[in-house]
Design a protein around this ligand. Structure first.
Ligand SMILES: [Zn+2]
Length: 131
């Protein structure tokens, strides 16, 4: 873990350790708690990270893909332990959505969580402010 001004480097991964990643993120982040049919079951806490600020360190060959609904989002699971630690969200085509719960616990992020009404996706996405 390194902190640099308002940014910090975090690492994380799946449960078995096959999939590992790191990301440069602001120390103060907004998380989205989504209630869609999938996130409601998994408890995924979305931390949106631009593709350029994210590096997959290991396990790319272990990622399985799952799509449902419009198919725009690509859900990526470790094919050993089944954990979705990050995936390509429909809401932010240029970003990954990283599960905040899958970060290594030594980070110094200050997180604020906001509800995202994924069951009414179009309306919820339109109401979302991008910074
Ligand atoms: Zn795994």
């Amino acid at each position: 873990m390194q902190s640099d001004g308002g940014c910090t480097k975090v690492q994380g991964g799946c449960h078995c350790g096959a999939v590992r990643f790191e990301a440069d993120v602001p120390r103060a982040v907004r998380l989205l708690a989504c209630n869609c049919s999938m996130c409601a079951k998994t408890g995924f806490l979305h931390m949106i990270v631009p593709h350029g600020d994210f590096r997959l360190l290991a396990g790319g060959e272990r990622l399985s893909s799952y799509r449902f609904g419009t198919g725009a989002a690509e859900h990526l699971f470790c094919n050993i332990c089944g954990i979705r630690s990050f995936y390509q969200p429909r809401s932010h085509p240029d970003c990954w959505s990283v599960d905040f719960r899958c970060l290594d616990q030594d980070h110094d992020i200050i997180a604020e969580t906001e509800e995202f009404d994924g069951r009414n996706w179009e309306k919820a996405r339109a109401a979302l402010t991008d910074e």
